[in-house]
Design a protein. Structure first.
Length: 384
């Protein structure tokens, strides 16, 4: 029976992935109803404010499930009314007597309570089926609901010897097409994407997710403490393209109000964050994102910006794409800098690591685990 549970849970996972990046701030959830060993109804979470997966599966059935029906769901059914009603109530009312769940709701206020409600109504509940896959599905939501703060992630594409560009600055492309396509998939998951001023001036990026179903534009953050990207008359594309109203420039009072007004006139938002220096304080940026209910931001800036986030202990998750390329040049640009790590015990590590192959490249991703003491090399200076 456990094997059958996994088969049906994998279908529920496929349904959840079908709404990838569209449900913020809610989690992606898939649900199926099985009768006599066959799937008879399916559902996946609607965009924010819409029905949850379990309710949609029950609606899709169109009539009361038959005796012995089993409901599979990738996440513990909600047990609070909210805007759409508690899913536990809908399950009980429908007469379903067996529920199989992937991951437990990470919300400390709810975790496990949905199971209690169902079992109190004599519903048989099985938990932990494909739990790791179901949990990994909602990286952004899980962090948001537990910490009430955005998940701050970074992406780097590197050679085997840890370089992101040649000494000349040439970096297109270190990784192959399959890895770059995967980057766009992750871009669609995160509500926000961020780069530094240097990346904007050098690459003039579009910062959208180009995925098979079309082009998707998250909130696009430009970290520019001195508003260097606004000085030239030929402005970057992200200030003038069809998605310019989805662009937010993050700066400091040192950038100059004239440039701020110029951006406002273009319809571009500006966050002026107090700072004694030209560096944007990452902790304050996170607070601003929380206020705006932006639950996750992936940074694709160069070495300087990502290094700053790491030095400030603000990086939560890291995606590292490694290509089978060796530069063997000590003047090639490194992936990170700014720390003074003289012992392995003081190294930054990744936990809950996943490795995935994309073409000839390998993605290593995981949560950032900081040592008790993080030594910053004061001789280096990174600028967002």
């Amino acid at each position: 029976m456990s094997t059958n549970h996994e088969v049906f849970m994998r279908r529920a996972l496929e349904l959840a992935r079908s709404v990838w990046g569209t449900t913020h701030p809610n989690p992606m959830v898939g649900a199926v109803i099985v009768e006599d060993g066959h799937i008879v109804a399916e559902g996946a979470t609607a965009p924010d404010g819409g029905p949850h997966a379990e309710r949609l599966a029950l609606l899709a059935r169109g009539k009361p499930p038959r005796p012995g029906a089993i409901l599979y769901t990738t996440l513990e059914p909600c047990c609070t009314a909210g805007r759409t009603g508690a899913c536990t109530e809908a399950i009980i009312t429908a007469g379903i007597k067996q529920v199989v769940v992937g991951a437990t709701d990470p919300n400390p206020a709810h975790a496990g309570h949905g199971y209690e409600v169902l079992r109190a109504a004599w519903v048989d509940v099985t938990t932990g089926v494909l739990e790791q896959e179901c949990t990994d599905l909602n990286l952004v939501f899980n962090h948001w609901i537990v910490h009430q703060a955005p998940l701050i992630a970074a992406k780097s594409a590197v050679t085997l010897d840890g370089r992101i560009a040649c000494r000349s600055g040439d970096s297109q492309w270190i990784t192959g097409e399959a890895a770059r396509a995967d980057v766009h998939r992750w871009r669609k998951l995160f509500p926000g994407i961020a780069v530094g001023a240097g990346t904007v001036l050098k690459d003039n990026p579009r910062l959208t997710a180009r995925v098979p179903e079309g082009e998707w534009c998250p909130w696009r953050f430009v970290f520019d403490g001195l508003l260097r990207t606004v000085v030239d008359r030929h402005l970057p594309n992200i200030y003038t393209d069809e998605f310019h109203e989805r662009t937010i420039v993050v700066t400091t009072p040192h950038g100059g109000m004239g440039y701020v007004r110029k951006l406002h006139a273009l319809g571009v938002r500006v966050w002026v964050i107090p700072s004694a220096t030209q560096r944007v304080p990452l902790a304050e940026f996170k607070k601003k994102c929380a206020d705006e209910r932006i639950s996750g931001v992936i940074f694709e800036g160069g070495m300087q910006l990502v290094s700053q986030i790491l030095q400030d202990r603000q990086l939560d998750y890291y995606f590292i794409y490694r290509a089978p390329v060796l530069l063997a040049d000590d003047r090639a640009k490194p992936m990170l800098n700014g720390l003074r790590t003289d012992k392995l015990a003081n190294a930054v590590r990744l936990r809950d690591v996943r490795n995935e192959v994309h073409g000839e490249d390998v993605l290593t991703r995981g949560y950032v685990a900081y040592p008790e003491k993080l030594y910053v090399d004061e001789t280096t200076f990174s600028l967002g």
